[in-house]
Design a protein around this ligand. Structure first.
Ligand SMILES: [Zn+2]
Length: 368
């Protein structure tokens, strides 16, 4: 357990280092360039538009905090409690479909929510022309973040193998791949159950579980960024006309995203304490973002250069992370695994589930 926390810590450090290493030159550039052409009027901190009512907006925001908290919890708990249903045991087909749906949701979160948000921020009219409109920072940072995610993934696995599986001296990745090959061979001829075979099977299962756990925690980290930011911009708004439809949209958003994350928490087979922590952490992020936005509404502006740069870069990091994880750790590992490879019909249904999850989450990008 403590090893996993160490890995998560490493992940957090990596993301912070990445953010910090990219931030200083950019914010400096933002300051030096303010003498250029005047920014468009919508960049000034005062909100425009006729529909402004602070008390009505505050009331709506408090309703939003409560309802989003509840829907997030429902969403993330739905797959977790589905374990009580016999048809949804991990070895059943329906479980595979739930997981495929969840993976689709995560993939769409990365491509349809987080990545476009980052583009919006970093290509904003309110940022100086020179660095921000001359270089695609979003895709650059997303690419770096995908590589770093791979590094964390592979180093964490080789570290684990070296220290827990004994004798796994060098080449964690190589060993992993040869083990995967073994597993495939084993499962195709289940009669051959020698002592050593059971052992390697067992350790393979154990490391697979560890993988799921790392994936679940890193995913939560990636999703949290988006959840806080959408809450923050709602909390900072004084416009009841835009907040009202946004409450419903964010509820659905969190419900859906919670289902995606819940599917991943489910396969990590955590104890109830860790599960509860992760559920709470996810459910609290958007309400926390709204509260933070209310608290900062006098100083925070969606369109200030600093906010645009920080939010844009964070979104780009989490987009790379989510895209990598959804494709490699969730989708590819399932679809290339023995269970789906041996069952074409199930594979087809799993793709339907992926399309449903990704499609539904994409639809939601219209609102939040
Ligand atoms: Zn979104």
């Amino acid at each position: 357990m403590s090893k996993i926390s160490t890995k998560i810590l490493v992940t957090i450090c990596f993301s912070i280092i990445i953010t910090l290493s990219v931030l200083p030159p950019s914010s400096a550039a933002g300051e030096t360039k303010t003498t250029g052409p005047a920014p468009p009027p919508q960049c000034s901190s005062g909100t425009t538009g006729e529909c402004r009512d602070k008390t009505a907006a505050l009331k709506l925001k408090i309703i939003a905090i409560a309802s989003i908290l509840v829907t997030s919890m429902i969403g993330v708990c739905l797959p977790i409690f589905s374990k009580a249903v016999p048809a949804l045991q991990p070895d059943k087909d329906l479980f595979v479909l739930v997981k495929a749906f969840a993976s689709g949701v995560i993939l769409a979160t990365g491509y349809m929510h987080v990545m476009p948000d980052s583009f919006d921020c970093l290509r904003s009219e309110c940022l100086p022309e020179n660095p921000w409109h001359k270089f695609p920072f979003t895709t650059f940072v997303a690419m770096l973040s995908a590589i770093v995610t791979l590094m964390v993934d592979s180093y964490a696995m080789s570290y684990y193998r070296k220290h827990n599986l004994g004798g796994g001296g060098g080449g964690g990745i190589k060993k992993c791949c040869s083990n995967v090959g073994n597993e495939i061979k084993l499962e195709s001829q289940p009669q051959a159950q020698g002592n050593t075979i059971i052992n390697s099977d067992e350790s393979e299962k154990e490391s697979q579980l560890l993988r799921y756990r790392v994936v679940a925690q890193v995913l939560e980290l990636g999703i949290v960024v988006h959840s806080v930011v959408i809450g923050l911009s709602m909390g900072a708004s004084d416009n009841p006309c835009t907040i009202r439809p946004l409450v419903a949209a964010l509820c659905f958003h969190q419900l859906f995203e919670g289902m995606g994350l819940g599917g991943c928490i489910l396969q990590a087979e955590y104890g109830s304490k860790v599960k509860a922590t992760m559920v709470f952490f996810f459910s609290a992020t958007t309400p926390f973002g709204i509260a933070l936005g209310i608290g900062l509404s006098n100083v925070y502006s969606d369109n200030s250069p600093t906010a645009l740069i920080v939010v844009g870069l964070l979104n780009a990091c989490s987009a790379g992370l989510l895209n990598y994880m959804a494709l490699v750790d969730l989708l590819a590992s399932d679809f290339m695994g023995t269970k789906l490879q041996n069952n074409i019909k199930l594979q087809t249904w799993a793709y339907v589930a992926v399309f449903l999850g990704a499609g539904g989450m994409s639809l939601m990008a219209k609102w939040a």
